[in-house]
Design a protein around this ligand. Structure first.
Ligand code: PLP
Length: 357
C-alpha cells in the first residue's frame, strides 16, 4: 500500500531526492566508493558544498554580506551558539512554543534576555501578537521561531521591527520567500523541510560576527566555519548531499514562490475539511494556523473516536498523523515534499470516517 508520510520530523522528502542519494551511496560519481566512504576533502565533494551554498543564495535571494554554513548539532545547538556569537548585552525573545522556550533558556547563559511576548499560558494555541511595537530599541536582536512545529502556529510574514531579527526556521525554511536582509542570522535543522537529519543550516551576516564580548571556543565561533567553508572539521557528508538534491528539486519545481503556493493549497484543503467535518476541530486560533503542521482534534462529543480514527487513517496508508503528546489529537505535517495526492488521501479518510457516524 502507498504510504503518505505526515511525520513532523524527520519527515518526507521527494522520492527522486531519496533515489538519487541512494545511488550516490552505492557509487559516488563513478568512483567505486560510497558517498559514505569518501573524504569530505575529496575533489568531488567540494562541488556538492559549493552547489548547496549557491542554491541557497539563489532560491532565498540572499544578499551580499551573508555566509551560509552547514554544521552538526541540530537546531538545538543553535539555541546556545546564536547567543554565544550575537548576544552582546541584551536580547529579546518571543515565547511562542517549546522550541522557542528552549532557545530562551540557553540564551540566558550569555546575557540579559527579555521575553517580550508569550502564549505559554494558553498552551501556545496562538502566535503572540502585537509585540512588534514593544521591542526595546537597544536589544542586540529579536529572536523568533517562525513556525511552531508542535502546536501548529506560524508567523508567515516579515515582522515590522526596528531591530535585527534572528529566526529558528527549522520547520518552515524554504517554504516561502523571505527578506534575508532583515536578519542577523537564520538557522534550521534540516530534517523537516530540506534534508535528512544530521545537518543544520545557518545563514549569518558576516559583519555582525566577532562582536560578542567573550572568548569563544573554536568550534562555537561561526567565523571558524565561515572561514573554512564548513570544512573546519568533518561535515555531515550524506545529509549535505541529500540537501543539495532537495534544493535542485525545489529549483526545478519553481523555487520558493511555487513552494509557497503549494503550501497554501495543501493547508487550505486540510483546514477546509477540518472546519467542515462534524467530527473534527482545529486546535489553534485561525489567524495563527500553520501551513506546515496542521493540528486538529476530535470535537468534544466525538472524543472517544480518536483512537479509531487513527487506526482508520493508518489502514489507509497515513503515517505520522498522531498529534504531539502536549496537544493530543492529530498533526498532519505538510512539508515541501508533501503532495496534494497525500493531502487528498487524508481528506478522503476524514470524509469516509465521518460517513460511518
Ligand atoms: C525540530 C525543531 C527543533 C530541534 O531541532 P534539532 O535539529 O532536533 O535540534 C528546533 N526548532 C524547531 C522549530 C523545530 O521544529
Amino acid at each position: 500500500m502507498k504510504k503518505y508520510n505526515f511525520n513532523a520530523g524527520p519527515s518526507i522528502l521527494p522520492r527522486e531526492v531519496i533515489e538519487n542519494t541512494a545511488k550516490q551511496i552505492l557509487d559516488f560519481n563513478g568512483s567505486g566508493l560510497s558517498l559514505m566512504e569518501i573524504s569530505h576533502r575529496a575533489k568531488d565533494f567540494q562541488p556538492v558544498v559549493d552547489e548547496s551554498v549557491a542554491l541557497f543564495k539563489e532560491l532565498l535571494d540572499i544578499p551580499e554580506g551573508y555566509s551560509i554554513i552547514f554544521l552538526g548539532g541540530g537546531a538545538s545547538l543553535q539555541f546556545m551558539q546564536i547567543p554565544a556569537n550575537f548576544l552582546i548585552k541584551k536580547a529579546a525573545y518571543v515565547n511562542s512554543g517549546v522550541w522557542a522556550k528552549k532557545a530562551i533558556k540557553e540564551a540566558k547563559h550569555f546575557g540579559e534576555v527579555i521575553e517580550i511576548a508569550s502564549s505559554a499560558d494558553a498552551n501556545y494555541t496562538f502566535y503572540p501578537k502585537g509585540f512588534e511595537s514593544k521591542v526595546p530599541a537597544d536589544v542586540d536582536y529579536l529572536h523568533i521561531c517562525t513556525n511552531n512545529t508542535i502546536y501548529g502556529t506560524e508567523i508567515r510574514k516579515e515582522l515590522d521591527v526596528n531591530v535585527p531579527l534572528i529566526a529558528d526556521m527549522s520547520s518552515d525554511i524554504m517554504s516561502r520567500p523571505i527578506d534575508v536582509s532583515k536578519y542577523k542570522a537564520i538557522y534550521a535543522g534540516a530534517q523537516k523541510n530540506i534534508s535528512m537529519a544530521g545537518v543544520t543550516v545557518i545563514i549569518v551576516k558576516d559583519d555582525e560576527l566577532g562582536k560578542a564580548p567573550r572568548e569563544l571556543p573554536t568550534m562555537m565561533d561561526y567565523r571558524t566555519h565561515v572561514d573554512k567553508g564548513s570544512m573546519f572539521n568533518t561535515p555531515p557528508v550524506v545529509p549535505i548531499y541529500s540537501m543539495m538534491e532537495n534544493l535542485r528539486w525545489l529549483k526545478k519545481n519553481g523555487g520558493l514562490e511555487a513552494a509557497d503556493k503549494r503550501a497554501h493549497e495543501r493547508a487550505e484543503a486540510l483546514y477546509t475539511e477540518i472546519d467542515r467535518n462534524k467530527l473534527f476541530k482545529g486546535t489553534v486560533e485561525n489567524d495563527s494556523r500553520s501551513l506546515m503542521n496542521i493540528c486538529f482534534v476530535m470535537n468534544d462529543e466525538y472524543a472517544e473516536l480518536e483512537k479509531p480514527f487513527l487506526e482508520f487513517a493508518t489502514e489507509r496508508g497515513m503515517v505520522g498523523v498522531k498529534g504531539h503528546r502536549s496537544v493530543g489529537g492529530f498533526r498532519a505535517s505538510c512539508y515541501n515534499a508533501m503532495t496534494m495526492e497525500g493531502v487528498n488521501a487524508l481528506v478522503q479518510a476524514m470524509k469516509d470516517f465521518e460517513a460511518k457516524y
